[in-house]
Design a protein around this ligand. Structure first.
Ligand code: ADP
Ligand code: ADP
Ligand code: MG
Length: 493
């Protein structure tokens, strides 16, 4: 039984995992780099170990250092969070060899899921439709060109090892192919030290719809509904919601059945996510399995009432999933906004530095998972995600308006954030109507609308400031008069 978990991560996800451990009476061990000495995850764990320099390769990706911390602390298990080592099957193997419970799938299954081509092959064998594309890996740029002409432009070049929106590129013509091939190869090698490329048909006006699933070591498999993650920038998610406005009960069940088959096909255990693209013609095509806890898991927690980290720990303990598919009911609507430290107007470039002050939103149906506190620092060394702002409502409209209010209440001093962008999106008629697609921001000229919204806001603010100044001076004038004869004078003393 798991009694002490080392959390091999930082930031909000480390805090998220520590919270559930605390409620279960499980001890926690944090690890930290030079940069994170003052971070909350260090303070909130039972104990903490320094593992190296700021650069991820020298700390959060250093497997030996992390193993050393596991052995020194006497932790019996590791929770990898997301990013960093979470989908690294070598690390899962290292844990397995040292008899440390890795809270996630087996190294073998993770290896299969981490290779987009092998995973697609497993899906085809299990009758799960995948995006049409090359039958296997392409040999070189010329081979890719040949296949691209067969399936027809535009196509997507993907490194089978890519992730987090890196290592994929749209190519619209022969002329673009060579440079596209080179940049995908370069990005993939920079991220994981290797590259292997497949070609897919690029689906236009598509929606990203994914399913949370869980499978225990006894072979029980459930899906915990879909999440729509179509609001993206650079193929990375920004806003997620569940239920998806386009998925009805029948579709949910039909695709859910595919997901359960997918989990069995890769011999999956623990929690995972099966990602699909929904083409404009209504077809669902599998794209990949994310073999870890997902950034957007809280929206599923809101509508299912489950604690997904607890479920991960229970499954890692060898316990059967304590409910059946038919026990799960979807309750209400949830939305997540990824609050990033970035400048929308500088092509989403990271914005880092000290955060002298911060005010975290709260209220009915509001959840904010964050590492921020007044006086903290947003580091340039790590991911730009500062907070996950999540709201729940009985209706979609309630969750949407609660989100708008929470975004308005969120004050982060010192860095640029994606908050203004989200206000513009959530206020747009297209978002309200559920007219979503992965190119939403470009398709509806959202950046131009944001520019207008900000201009209007600035004008309104300066008008309000003038009005406030006038009222202020009137107030003092009246105060002098009131002193002599007004019935309100007592209020002004
Ligand atoms: P999710 O579906 O959970 O949102 P993402 O694909 O956005 O997952 O990735 C989650 C986190 O993991 C992000 O912070 C991203 O930067 C990081 N990440 C995922 N895969 C990789 C990879 N291959 N290389 C570098 N970072 C990655
Ligand atoms: P990653 O591992 O980086 O998450 P994915 O294969 O999951 O890569 O794709 C990430 C995003 O890229 C998708 O959510 C979608 O927006 C876009 N995408 C991927 N494949 C295609 C495709 N064949 N056609 C159109 N868009 C795609
Ligand atoms: Mg993906």
């Amino acid at each position: 039984m798991i009694e002490k978990v080392l959390v091999a991560n930082r930031g909000e996800i480390a805090l998220r995992v520590i919270r559930t451990c605390k409620t279960l009476g499980i001890k926690t061990v944090s690890v930290y780099s030079d940069e994170d000495y003052n971070s909350l995850h260090v303070k909130q764990a039972t104990e903490a170990y320094h593992i190296g320099e700021a650069a991820p390769a020298k700390s959060y990706l250093n497997q030996e250092k992390i193993l050393e911390a596991v052995l020194s602390s006497g932790a019996d298990s590791v929770h990898p969070g997301y990013g960093f080592l979470s989908e690294n099957d070598d690390f899962a193997t290292l844990c397995e060899k040292n008899k440390i419970t890795f809270i996630g799938p087996t190294a073998k299954s993770m290896n299969l899921c981490g290779d987009k081509m092998k995973c697609k092959e497993a899906m085809l064998a299990a009758n799960v439709p995948t995006v049409p594309g090359s039958p296997g890996l392409v040999k070189d740029a010329d081979d890719a060109k040949k296949i691209a002409n067969e399936i027809g432009y535009p196509v997507m070049l993907k490194s089978v090892y890519g992730g987090g929106g890196r290592g994929i590129r749209i190519v619209t013509s022969d002329a673009e192919l060579e440079s596209g091939y080179e940049s995908v190869t370069g990005e993939s090698i920079a991220a994981v030290g290797k590259s292997a490329i497949l070609v897919e048909k690029f689906l236009e006006k598509t929606r990203h719809i994914e399913y949370q699933f869980a499978r225990d070591t006894h072979g029980n498999t459930v899906h915990i509904f879909e999440r729509e993650c179509s609001i993206q920038r650079r193929n990375q998610k920004l806003i997620e919601q569940t239920p998806s406005p386009i998925v009805d009960a029948k579709t949910r069940q039909r695709v859910g059945e595919l997901v359960r088959n997918a989990a069995v096909a890769v011999g999956y255990t623990n929690l995972g996510t099966a990602e699909f693209l929904r083409a404009d013609n209504g077809e669902f095509y599998f794209i990949e399995i994310n073999a870890r806890l997902q950034v957007e898991h809280p929206i599923t927690e809101f509508v299912s009432g489950l604690d997904l980290v607890k479920l991960q720990i229970d499954i890692a303990n060898g316990e059967p999933i304590p409910f059946k598919q038919s026990d799960l009911k979807m309750n209400g609507y949830a939305i997540e906004c990824r609050i990033n430290a970035e400048d929308t107007f500088l092509d989403f470039a990271p914005s880092t530095g000290p955060v002298p002050d911060v005010s975290i939103p709260a209220g009915p149906g509001v959840r904010c998972d964050t590492y921020l506190y007044p006086g903290c620092t947003v580091s340039p060394f790590y991911d730009s995600l500062m907070a996950k702002l999540v709201t729940w409502g009985q209706t979609f409209e309630e969750s949407r308006t609660r989100m708008l209010c929470a975004l308005d209440d969120f004050y982060i001093q010192g860095v640029e954030t994606s908050i203004p962008l989200y206000k513009t999106i959530l206020n747009s008629a297209e978002y309200k109507n559920g007219d979503l697609s992965t190119d939403f921001i470009k398709r509806y000229g959202i950046i131009d609308r944001l520019t207008e919204d900000l201009k209007r806001e600035k004008e309104e603010k300066s008008l309000a400031a003038v009005a406030a100044a006038v009222i202020h001076s009137e107030y003092f004038k009246s105060r002098v008069q009131d002193k002599t004869n007004s019935k309100w004078s007592h209020r002004l003393e």
